[in-house]
Structure formats: structure tokens, C-alpha cells
Ligand binder design. Structure first.
Ligand code: ATR
Length: 279
């Protein structure tokens, strides 16, 4: 590590509620990296100038969040294969010569959180993904690399689920009609909610878990609140659950590794710090 100030950032609009600075500065301090990680609120029209500024000022990289994950790609020199498959970038590395490479760590973040929380998750059974936005695509790509036998995807707008299955499924994804989702639960070893339902200010997700096998794992990527109605229901039924905050932390861990080459963990101090922001 050089003694130069290591600068990184997250860009988006809005950005004020981002937890990424808390996460990255925690690890910077832990590993003695003299660095900063700022939140930059930026609209699409100002991105090109901002990236020039990052290059000039020697930033190591930055994270990208809503609404720039797709549009950022046109400004980059290289896109890693997984990000290309995802059609979205959440992490950019800036090499010392200014070359910018786009990555997507959302899928790996989702899967790492799952493995750390429930090491014995039933990966020999099909997965059921609810939703068909960017998060669903990341979940599907991440879980397909885990060699699950089948990924079932269901979405209110069926065509969007079909498009994901066609583009990335390679014969290992099937679409379930939204109205039939309660039946698909019976076969699923893992159920992942990637819709916005259950988030603060949104309606609860209506999901009948009565057909779930006892070893089913229920994962909600919504983390505000941490215990969504879906997770409360799953827990009350004795099912194993995975909360969504860890996905955010582990996608950040993968970004940290890309920038600094260091493996980091979701340690107890970070957990306390993050969960404290929800009280
Ligand atoms: P992201 O890219 O972050 O995953 P998104 O593209 O806005 O977010 O996707 C939101 C998901 O929540 C979609 O799957 C959406 O379903 P549609 O594709 O039918 O819009 C789902 N969603 C949002 N509101 C919903 C509702 N009231 N009932 C069912 N699904 C809903």
C-alpha cells in the first residue's frame, strides 16, 4: 500500500441514505488504509465531468447506485464479463493510468451472504426468485454459478421474468406464473425476495409459505426493515432466514477486494454499527 491518500466514493441520485461510506471506512480503518469514501450526488448530465475529476485526483475507484448502474457503462474503458452479463455495473476500478473497468459485485454479495448465514442451505433443490428487476438478475446469475439444479423465477409482469430466463438461464431457469408462486414454494430449497415489497413505505409481499419444506431457507434482500413481514412469517414457521443487510456488506467486500486486494469480513463491530443506524 502506498502512503498516498486512497480516495473512493459512491455515486447516485439520491445518495444521502447510502450505508456504503460506513462500511468502507470501517474496513479502511481496520486495515490502516489512509483513505476517504464519500457520497456524491450526481445526475446523468454531470457524470462525464465527475469521472474526469476522479481520474485527475487519482481515485482508486467508486461504487455506482441507482439510477446510474446501466448508463455508467458507456463511460468505461472495459467491462468485466459478469457485469456484461448482468447489464449493469456497481463497482468501477480506476487504474493508475486512468483506465476504468466496470464490475458487478451484487450477485457475489448475495451468494456470500447466503453461504455465511446458512452454510448448509439446500443447494440440491431448486431456487425460487421473486421479482425480475436488476436485483433478480444478479440473484439468478449468482445462484446459477452455485450449480443449483434449477432457478424458478416469478414476477408480477411475467414477460420480464421470461426475458431474464431467456437471456441468462441456459436451460436452467423456468418461469412460474405470479399467481402460482405459493405452489412453487413446495419444491424450493431457497426462496429469495428481490421485489421492493416489504420495504418501508411499500406494501407487504403476499407470499403463502404454508407449502414450504422444513429445510427451506427464506432470504429477503430488503433490509429496511431488517425483519420484513416475509422473514417474520418464515421465522414463525421455523424456517431458516437470511436478512438483506449482509448482501450490501458483501457486495461492498467484493468491491473493497477489487480496489485494495484485501479480503474483508462482516465483523461484529460493523454489524453493530450498521444495525445501530436502523434503530
Ligand atoms: P431492482 O432493479 O432494484 O430490482 P426494479 O427494477 O424496480 O428494482 O424491480 C422491482 C421489482 O418489484 C419488480 O420485479 C416489480 O415487478 P414488475 O416487474 O411487475 O413491476 C416488483 N414489484 C413492485 N411493486 C410490486 C407489486 N405491487 N406487486 C408485485 N411486484 C411488485
Amino acid at each position: 500500500m502506498t502512503d498516498k491518500l486512497q480516495k473512493a466514493a459512491v455515486i447516485g441520485w439520491p445518495i444521502s441514505h447510502s450505508l456504503s461510506p460506513t462500511i468502507h471506512t470501517h474496513w479502511m480503518k481496520l486495515f490502516g488504509i489512509d483513505g476517504t469514501y464519500e457520497k456524491v450526488a450526481v445526475g446523468p448530465e454531470a457524470i462525464a465531468n465527475l469521472l474526469d475529476q476522479f481520474k485527475t485526483e487519482g481515485y482508486v475507484g467508486f461504487n455506482v447506485t441507482v439510477p446510474h448502474k446501466l448508463d455508467i457503462m458507456q463511460h468505461l474503458d472495459k467491462i468485466a464479463p459478469l457485469a456484461r452479463q448482468m447489464g449493469a455495473v456497481n463497482t468501477v476500478k480506476i487504474a493508475p493510468d486512468g483506465t476504468m473497468t466496470g464490475f458487478n459485485t451484487d450477485g457475489i454479495g448475495l451468494v456470500t451472504n447466503l453461504k455465511k448465514t446458512v452454510p448448509g442451505w439446500p443447494k440440491d433443490k431448486p431456487v425460487l426468485i421473486l421479482g425480475a428487476g436488476g436485483a433478480a438478475r444478479a440473484a439468478a446469475l449468482g445462484l446459477l454459478t452455485e450449480e443449483v439444479p434449477l432457478v424458478m423465477i416469478t414476477n408480477r409482469t411475467r414477460a420480464k421474468a421470461q426475458a431474464i430466463a431467456d437471456e441468462i438461464g441456459r436451460g436452467r431457469m423456468t418461469v412460474v406464473d405470479w399467481d402460482d408462486r405459493a405452489d412453487a414454494v413446495a419444491a424450493a430449497g431457497l426462496i429469495v425476495n428481490t421485489t421492493v415489497l416489504g420495504m418501508k413505505g411499500q406494501p407487504a409481499l403476499e407470499m403463502d409459505l404454508s407449502k414450504a419444506a422444513p429445510d427451506t431457507v427464506v432470504y429477503d434482500i430488503v433490509y429496511q426493515p431488517l425483519m420484513t413481514p416475509l422473514l417474520k412469517d418464515a421465522e414463525a414457521r421455523g424456517l431458516r432466514i437470511v436478512t438483506g443487510l449482509g448482501m450490501l456488506v458483501y457486495q461492498a467486500a467484493a468491491a473493497f477486494k477489487i480496489w485494495f486486494g484485501i479480503d474483508v469480513e462482516y465483523d461484529d463491530a460493523l454489524r453493530t454499527e450498521l444495525e445501530g443506524q436502523f434503530q
